[in-house]
Design a binder for this molecule. Structure first.
Ligand code: FMN
Length: 171
């Protein structure tokens, strides 16, 4: 809720969905959207899905302790940037609480809004299952490139220089 937003428009709305029968239609909508996404994906992405055993089946829609749908309001200035800054804060806040989540971004239409009683001006940007991880499950460290790869400096004389500092997570 404290994310920065263009003109302080706060273009986000969070819908927290408890487990129960209301989740059935949500799961159906997510699985249908994902099946369509997989069908339309280019060959390389379909191969990535196969290699990682990613399918349109979304059991977490039924099983997650909470399901959080995040909407952005299309008619507000810089709404897309604002809602995603807010989602970024949300993911970090969950991590700090020791909770786990998945940023799931199905392409959902207006039928999905109707399921949740959300006005048509709002566009669902992400559906995040939230809960504690399985105790036996270990989070694998995810590789990250650092500023020496991802940042450049334009010096006073206009020369493009590499960013010299290294961060602790860089190899
Ligand atoms: C903008 C964004 C969209 C994502 N969309 C999906 C998605 O639709 N389905 C999914 O299974 N994971 C999705 N993810 C999760 C990522 O694939 C990845 O598992 C997650 O970001 C954690 O790994 P990382 O720290 O390397 O990013 C998404 C993540 C982000 C940040």
């Amino acid at each position: 809720m404290r994310a920065a937003s263009g003109a302080n428009a706060q273009p986000w709305e969070y819908v927290l969905i408890a487990p129960g029968p209301a989740r059935d239609a949500i799961r159906q909508a997510c699985e249908a959207a994902d099946a369509e996404f997989h069908r339309r994906s280019p060959e390389w992405l379909q191969q990535f899905f196969a290699a990682h055993e990613i399918t349109p089946v979304k059991e977490f829609c039924r099983d997650a302790p909470w399901l959080v749908a995040v909407f952005g309001r299309r008619d507000l200035p810089f709404w897309l940037q604002g809602v995603w800054l807010s989602i970024g804060n949300f993911i970090n806040a969950l991590e700090m609480e020791g909770l786990h989540s998945l940023t799931y971004t199905p392409t959902l239409g207006r039928d999905f809004n109707r399921l949740l009683g959300v006005n048509e001006e709002w566009s669902c940007q992400a559906v995040l299952p939230v809960g504690y991880g399985q105790p036996a499950e270990e989070l694998r460290p995810r590789p990250r490139l650092g500023p020496s790869d991802k940042a450049r400096v334009v010096a006073a004389d206009g020369k493009l220089l590499p960013f010299a500092a290294r961060l602790p997570f860089e190899p």
